[in-house]
Design a protein around this ligand. Structure first.
Ligand SMILES: CCCCCCCCCCCCCC(=O)SCCNC(=O)CCNC(=O)[C@H](O)C(C)(C)COP(=O)(O)OP(=O)(O)OC[C@H]1O[C@@H](n2cnc3c(N)ncnc32)[C@H](O)[C@@H]1OP(=O)(O)O
Length: 168
């Protein structure tokens, strides 16, 4: 992370603390409520530029016997961290995501995520997140991610004809 990052302030019209941040879209693998397969994570705005989320670890998320697949956990971090810049009212995509897997996460557990925006430079937004299973003093994973602000229309312009919609 560069040393010259600037603090980033919450947008005055951002989702208020304690409220759910809206879906990216209903078929999103991370948050969509109509996606046939997905994490269905709801991200909740916190104070300042922070968020929280929870995810129940379902049997289909299994990697090693009895524990979550590392890629599923990575996708969950991506979703939580990628949603957080919406508190700035900035649409982003992931540029870089790094995960520290500290402890196995059993099937049936509930993962609690916390995320904060560390700051930014230009279009770059730096975030950090942690995960625990109910005791915030016992972390099971942590992550750092860089998100890049995009122009939504331009970024997805060449792909929208391939988009899948609910009911198709
Ligand atoms: C309907 C509503 C829909 C809402 C959907 C919203 C999606 C939300 C979903 C959220 C949840 C899910 C989230 C997902 O899963 S998002 C899905 C996964 N991510 C992607 O698909 C992104 C693919 N990559 C790209 O499209 C481009 O590379 C982007 C747009 C990221 C940058 O290409 P662009 O040509 O635009 O800009 P640039 O190349 O000048 O880069 C700009 C600056 O950034 C720096 N940089 C770039 N990469 C890296 C890197 N790896 N490490 C370090 N630095 C990096 C770069 O050096 C430069 O710095 P500087 O020279 O300015 O100092």
């Amino acid at each position: 992370m560069p040393t010259d990052i600037e603090p980033l302030a919450r947008h005055p019209k951002a989702t208020r603390p304690g409220e759910k941040i809206g879906l990216h879209h209903s078929m999103c693998y991370g948050c969509g409520d109509e996606a046939p397969v997905g994490l269905r994570i709801t991200v909740v705005a916190g104070e300042g530029v922070t968020t929280t989320a929870t995810m129940k670890v379902e049997d289909w998320m299994q990697g090693g016997p009895g524990v979550i697949h590392g890629g599923v956990l990575s996708a969950a971090f991506d979703e939580v961290m990628g949603t957080t810049p919406l508190l700035l009212r900035k649409p982003v995509v992931t540029g870089h995501l790094a995960i520290d897997y500290a402890k196995p996460i059993p099937l049936g557990s509930t993962v609690h995520f916390t995320c904060e925006i560390l700051g930014g430079v230009g279009r770059k937004i730096y975030t950090r997140a942690y995960a625990h299973l109910g005791d915030p003093d016992v972390l099971v994973a942590g992550a750092h991610a860089l998100f890049i602000e995009i122009d939504l229309e331009k970024h997805f312009a060449g792909y929208r004809d391939k988009a899948v919609h609910a009911g198709e």
